[in-house]
Design a protein around this ligand. Structure first.
Ligand SMILES: CCCCCC/C=C/C(=O)SCCNC(=O)CCNC(=O)[C@H](O)C(C)(C)COP(=O)(O)OP(=O)(O)OC[C@H]1O[C@@H](n2cnc3c(N)ncnc32)[C@H](O)[C@@H]1OP(=O)(O)O
Length: 358
């Protein structure tokens, strides 16, 4: 439900009654207030020595073109969070309460300045349906605008993800299979574009085996933590398909062309340790302590200044963006053709009729 003007005014009164929430939160409140009442920052930037006004300006300016209504809603949410935490500062909200509504294939939560997007089809090994691709795009777009500092993608259950849900290939529209391939290529391109453009630090918490597109997009993440149970498998030739997720470019760059070819052409499955040795994974943790160690680390990272982290990411990634979009477009175009091939159709049919597994 959207916050009304009345909710906003009541949050403005409430904020005066709170105990000092600290400078960082005060800056957030200031920025959201200005955005909600005046819109995007268009006043001249204060000089470097005018420290306080410059910090305020930076916080406001960082909200970019966030719509007034969203800023108003975020202000109300922030004040309500501050009020409830000062009512009972040690109370931990159960995950169900923090869960963002509106997702069927994901569980999306925001806490400790971390937005966590968890793929949630454990019985199907988190295979990605068309709905899941669309929901991940929505969740990434929302996370890029929320007040979290970092964003995490992970999986529920024993798998991280088994990649594209092969039944995506079965609901052929009346216009025919060509049309299906065309819409699939558009969806794929849009999906990967969201990762290329994602502005904040993006972390993959790979809790178990990863297959296909869930592996290839890892080259677009800033950090990849893996359980020692995780494996990394891109069996495109087995499926009559070809690489996507910009892996035809990022993998040779990360691990060198010879190792990339073994994965992307011959479908060699890597263990977590091998993927780490080849630079695809940042660090591997024992499965028994994986969640605890990773989340402790991420909570510490999420307290770093968010603007500095975002800008560092831009400096690292921006010069590649245009190239990555072109590669994504080309990979999607090639796959569109592959999906119409007998090799691909037979491989998908063999899986769906239980004749083959990876
Ligand atoms: C818009 C389109 C964009 C497309 C981009 C291109 C993307 C390419 C790729 O991602 S290629 C990779 C595709 N993935 C696969 O080929 C994996 C297929 N799955 C398997 O081989 C196996 O299921 C397994 C090895 C992942 C796990 O085996 P096992 O541990 O024995 O479990 P089950 O096979 O019993 O699986 C449980 C349950 O989940 C269903 N399932 C698993 N993965 C998929 C999948 N990728 N697509 C559809 N369904 C999947 C499986 O059928 C079982 O369902 P059931 O219980 O029988 O109803």
């Amino acid at each position: 439900m959207r916050a009304s003007q009345k909710d906003f005014e009541s949050a403005l009164s409430q904020v005066k009654l709170l105990k000092d929430p600290g400078n960082e939160v005060k800056l957030k409140l200031y920025a959201l207030y200005k955005q909600a009442t005046e819109g995007p920052c268009n006043t001249p930037k204060p000089g470097v020595f005018d420290l306080i006004n410059k910090a305020k300006w930076d916080a406001w300016n960082a909200l970019g073109s966030l719509p007034k209504e969203t800023a108003r809603q975020n202000y109300v949410d922030l004040v309500s969070g501050l009020s409830s935490s000062s009512d009972s500062s040690s109370q931990v909200k159960p995950e169900a309460d923090r869960k963002q509504p509106g997702y069927e294939t994901l569980v999306v939560t925001s806490e400790d300045s971390i937005t966590k997007i968890m793929m949630n089809r454990p019985a199907k090994k988190n295979a990605m349906t068309t709905q899941m691709y669309n929901e991940i795009m929505l969740a990434l777009k929302a996370a890029s605008k929320d007040d979290s500092a970092i964003t995490v993608l992970t999986g529920n259950g024993d798998y991280y993800s088994s990649g594209n849900d092969l039944s995506n290939f079965t609901d052929i529209p009346p216009e025919g299979i060509e049309e299906k391939a065309k819409s699939g290529a558009i969806l794929l391109r849009d999906f990967v574009d969201c990762f290329i453009d994602f502005p904040k630090p993006l972390i993959a918490v790979v809790n178990g085996p990863a297959v296909g597109i869930s592996v290839t997009i890892l080259g677009l993440f800033d950090t990849v933590y893996a359980s020692n149970r995780a494996t990394f498998h891109t069996p495109f030739s087995h499926l009559g398909q070809s690489p996507e997720g910009c892996s035809s470019y990022t993998f040779p760059k990360i691990m060198g062309p010879a190792k990339a070819a073994e994965m992307l052409i011959f479908g060699k499955k890597l263990t977590a340790a091998e993927a780490c040795a080849q630079g695809l994974v940042t660090e591997v943790f024992p499965d028994s302590t994986f969640q605890k160690e990773v989340w402790t680390r991420l909570k510490a990272y999420s307290k770093l200044p968010p603007n500095a982290m975002r800008i560092s990411k831009q400096v690292i990634r921006n010069r590649e963006k245009e190239k990555l979009h072109a590669i994504n477009a080309e990979e999607s175009r090639v796959l569109q053709e592959r999906w119409l091939s007998d090799e691909c159709t037979n491989a998908v049919m063999n899986f769906l009729t239980r004749k083959a597994k990876l």
